[in-house]
Design a protein around this ligand. Structure first.
Ligand SMILES: *[C@@H]1O[C@H](CO)[C@@H](O)[C@H](O)[C@H]1NC(C)=O
Ligand SMILES: *[C@@H]1O[C@H](CO)[C@@H](O)[C@H](O)[C@H]1NC(C)=O
Length: 284
């Protein structure tokens, strides 16, 4: 029995050696079912239960603003949810993101206030940024915010939403190397053939990562293509001065993305407890 435990521990050790969380106080562990990120169920992840709880509530905002319920497109919502799940939970986070220091920035929700934030740099492939942006670019929310009229502007806008409640400011880099892996992104006009039938005989459509696609996107919420070579980066908001519409919209919808990793300080204190938890999981 002892020998077996040793074997399991050494395998875990090898695994940890090649994958890492951006929060150095964490290692990827299995936390069971992850409702907002079904494709990570029972896999080792860098997120913890409090991150999961935050995602559950933030993802309601995604549905309300980018999804069908908000005059948008459910495939856009599903793509964004998967994107933030990878950001928050991926066991290989250090491959595509890093903490780059701390800074005092203007609070998007109150421009007279400075907030001290953790600076986070996240690298995505231009193609991935383009695909996710395409699935969202015609939604009414994106249409109304001038900062989101390019893939780069779109992601930087989302990154700034983490300032107020996540105390993180995420900047995006676009590169084919050392970047986030997000394969098989559906375009907004994709017709799902993955179905389930509920007790009442109603058919539900899903994407291949476990997100429900309640309704197909209509012509006016769907753009079929995006040119990955177009200008991907357009500085927005906080660090570059304000636009009235931007401030207004941020104030109206303080949408919470990417609380993810956060709560760093809390986990620094709990480091010991987490290490003990790891051992508990492995040996039980
Ligand atoms: C932010 O401002 C506070 C208060 O003025 C200061 O104590 C802190 O060191 C500043 N942080 C950074 C990263 O500049
Ligand atoms: C859905 O369509 C894809 C490609 O068109 C096919 O590979 C896949 O097997 C289909 N899945 C189901 C459940 O029919």
């Amino acid at each position: 029995m002892k020998f077996q435990i040793f074997l399991i521990i050494s395998q875990q050790f090898l695994y940890f050696a090649s994958s890492a969380c951006v929060d150095e106080t964490r290692t990827p562990i299995t936390i069971g079912k992850i409702q907002p990120c079904p494709f990570y169920d029972n896999k080792p992840v860098c997120c913890r239960q409090d991150n999961v709880d935050q995602m559950i509530s933030n993802y309601r905002s995604i549905d309300a603003t980018f999804g069908q319920d908000g005059g948008g497109c459910d495939i856009c919502g599903a793509n964004l949810k998967r994107f933030w799940c990878i950001y928050t939970c991926d066991p290989d986070q250090t491959n595509f993101m890093k903490y780059t220091g701390r800074a005092n920035v203007t609070d998007p929700a109150n421009k007279n206030k400075l907030i001290e934030v953790q600076l986070v740099s996240l690298t995505t492939k231009p193609q991935v940024a383009c695909e996710v942006y395409s699935s969202c670019s015609r939604t009414s929310f994106v249409n109304q915010v001038s900062a989101m009229q390019s893939p780069g502007g779109f992601f930087n806008f989302l990154g700034e939403q983490a300032i107020t409640q996540g105390q993180q400011f995420i900047t995006f880099e676009f590169s084919d190397y050392d970047s986030m892996i997000m394969d098989d992104t559906w375009m907004c006009n994709h017709k799902s053939n993955i179905t389930t039938v509920d007790d009442k005989g109603v058919i539900h459509y899903w994407d291949q990562y476990g997100y429900e696609i309640k309704q197909q996107c209509g012509c006016n919420t769907c753009e079929e293509s995006c040119d990955a070579n177009q200008i991907l980066y357009k500085p927005t908001g906080v660090l570059y001065g304000f636009e009235t519409s931007y401030v207004l919209f941020t104030w109206l919808f303080v949408i919470l993305f990417a609380l993810g990793i956060t709560i760093i300080r809390k986990y620094q204190q709990n480091k010991k407890a987490i290490e003990n938890l790891d051992i508990g999981l492995i040996t039980s």
